[in-house]
Design a protein around this ligand. Structure first.
Ligand code: GLN
Length: 273
């Protein structure tokens, strides 16, 4: 999109063709300003280079690219995380999984986050609970690079493993396993809408019925959990009953689901007996 040099910060906030919040985010990003800077510098005029840079950002957003990828950041559980298109954009829904894990994690417990992506879950838990011994794995080296950078930026010690689900774990056991695996069924219309079009397919869909990754994790987790340890899984809006049935079939106790802020059953879990 062409933006004229000489336009002011204040005028552009009203004139850009995105929603007001996104206008502000892209203006801050293009000009290196804080939110407060947008107000105190509302009369500042953009030079030609700034106008061109802002125009390029707005064009990317108009083409559908997620705002989190354009600015390379997303906040999760109060932490500013780096994101690239190698990782799923952390969602507020997933903060429920973090809260449930924190409520159940014993002092000094060993936690494993499977399919960590940006590292959001592992880093949020480790940041809140420095006593926890946090491990996180992913099948994507590109995702692990992002996760490692996030852990370092927040000084959270996380042990990262390159592993396709349980593949690289040998006989190791944990006091809790959490995962937000790919759970969208292949062919689901959501995959071709909105932000999801730009996110890594391997983080979104199992290329099957949406339950394939959840099934693999439930089937394999018992061999990697201590007795009495929780397995907590995020899943799709209509998968709670099926995930509870999987957990029950594998002998988990206290099998239950929890609702997210939209009152949708979003996380299910149980205790390995
Ligand atoms: N919660 C994401 C969405 O529906 C999907 C994430 C996932 O598959 N784990 O937008």
């Amino acid at each position: 999109m062409r933006i004229a040099a000489g336009a002011t910060v204040g005028a552009l906030q009203a004139a850009l063709p995105l929603d007001p919040l996104e206008n502000r985010i892209l203006l801050c990003h293009a000009l290196g300003l804080s939110r407060v800077g947008l107000i105190t510098q509302s009369h500042r005029a953009l030079d030609a280079a700034e106008a061109a840079a802002l125009g390029a950002l707005v064009a990317r957003r108009l083409a559908g690219e997620p705002i989190a990828y354009i600015v390379g950041r997303r906040e999760f559980f109060g932490l500013d995380l780096r994101v690239t298109d190698a990782v799923l954009i952390p969602r507020p829904d997933t903060e429920l999984l973090v809260e449930l894990a924190l409520e159940r994690l014993a002092p000094g417990a060993a936690l494993l986050d499977m399919g960590t992506g940006s590292g959001a879950i592992a880093i949020a838990v480790g940041h809140t609970r420095p006593d926890a011994r946090v491990s996180a794995l992913d099948a994507s080296e590109a995702a692990l690079a992002v996760a490692r950078a996030n852990a370092a930026a927040h000084a959270v010690p996380v042990r990262f493993l390159h592993s396709d689900w349980f593949g690289a774990l040998a006989g190791e056991r944990f006091d809790m396993i959490v995962a937000n695996p790919p759970y969208i069924a292949s062919g689901d219309v959501h995959l071709s809408e909105g932000d999801l079009r730009f996110e890594p397919m391997a983080a979104l869909t199992d290329h099957a019925d949406g339950l394939a990754a959840l099934r693999s994790i439930v089937a394999g987790a018992a061999a990697h959990l201590e007795a009495g340890a929780w397995l907590l899984l995020e899943h799709g809006y209509d998968q709670a009953a099926q995930v509870r049935a999987l957990l029950a079939a594998h002998g988990y106790s206290e099998v239950q689901s929890w609702r997210d802020l939209s009152a949708i059953e979003r996380v299910s879990g149980g205790i390995r007996v």
